[in-house]
Each structure stands twice: as C-alpha cells, then as structure tokens.
Design a protein around this ligand. Structure first.
Ligand SMILES: [Ca+2]
Ligand SMILES: [Ca+2]
Length: 191
C-alpha cells in the first residue's frame, strides 16, 4: 500500500516536473526577459541638444521609475547584466496652435530619445526604439488657467493637480515623465 502511494507520488512529481519544463520553455518562447538579466546599469543619457539639464532629469526619472516598479535591480557597475543607453536626438520647442489674431496660442515642447536596452552578456539589444514625449503650454497664462490640458490626461487646469508652476518647465517635465514611463512599459512588455 505504501509502496503504491510512493509510486503515485513519484508519478505526480514527474508530471509536475514536466509541466515546469514546458511552462518555462513556453515563457522563454513568449519573449521573456532572459534569465541572466537581473540588474541594469543606466549611465547618463547623451544630450545632442542645447536644452539644459534634460538628459540628467530623464536619466534620473528612468532610474526612479524602474526602482518604483521594482523590475530590475539598479547597479552602478558597468559590468552589469544589462544597460540602458540613450541619446536625446532632438528637443523642439515651437508654436503649436494660433488664435484668431494669428498669435501663438499654444506652444509644444517635444523630445525624441533613442533608447537601447542591451543584454551585455549576449551582446544583444532587447529594446531598440525611439521614444517621444511632449507637453503643451502657453507663455501668457499659468498652466492652472491656460485652458490647455498640458499633460494630455483629460483633466484640465485647476481640476488637475499636475498643472501648476512655470509653464515651460512643466511642459518639459511632462515630456520627460511620459518618455520614462513608456520606456518602463516597453521593458515590462518584454516579460
Ligand atoms: Ca491635464
Ligand atoms: Ca492647463
């Protein structure tokens, strides 16, 4: 009787083992993060534009988002499992819409950044993509009363806790936050 039970248990264990094997290989085929990637090194993003401090702010925002989401361990060691490397290729700031007197009503600040997430051991790019972020603002009015949905979230002016402060600075931060969250979502979608 006991022998029979042991045999049964062994059978179940074997089945579970096979399930695990199938399961694990299924996930790797579905394009999960390679098992060798546990941490990420994020050096200062290169800034090919004249816009001051955006590279510093974007680098720290990406680092912060990854830490908050707890996806990968952040390391300062270049010999990491993976690295996120970026180049801000453009930062444009220009008229976006005009009023009936042909005066600029709305400006748009937009940033383009090329990002690669590299698997250092296999020298393979896990993500290679250009990310874009923008924020709209008025130079005549405060973000909380400019009639512009500055961060494009569907909530306007005084109803939106995020719409306050220096209008151009806000637009830049909105663009940076959007890019950082899109990068983190891209990493998550490779899971
Ligand atoms: Ca808003
Ligand atoms: Ca506003």
């Amino acid at each position: 009787m006991i022998m029979e039970l042991k045999k049964k248990l062994k059978k179940i264990t074997n089945i579970l083992f096979i399930f695990c094997l199938v399961g694990c290989s299924y996930y790797s085929m579905a394009g999960s993060i390679p098992a060798n990637i546990n941490n990420v090194y994020i050096p200062l993003i290169q800034n090919d534009t004249v816009e001051f401090e955006i590279a510093e702010n974007l680098t720290s925002k990406i680092t912060q988002e990854i830490a908050i989401q707890n996806i990968l361990k952040i390391t300062n060691n270049e010999k990491s499992d993976s690295s996120i490397l970026g180049v801000i290729s453009s930062a444009n700031d220009g008229p976006f819409s005009f009023d009936s007197n042909e005066q600029v009503d709305e400006y748009r600040f937009s940033i383009n950044v090329q990002i690669v997430w590299v698997d250092n051991q296999n020298e393979k790019n896990l993500i290679e993509k250009t990310f874009t972020g923008f924020g709209n603002y008025s130079i005549n009015n405060d973000p909380s009363s400019d009639g512009i949905d500055n961060d494009n979230d569907g909530i306007l002016d005084e109803n939106d806790d995020d719409e306050f402060g220096d209008s151009r600075e806000l637009a830049i931060n909105i663009a940076i936050n959007k890019i950082a969250s899109d990068i983190v979502n891209s990493i998550l979608s490779t899971w």
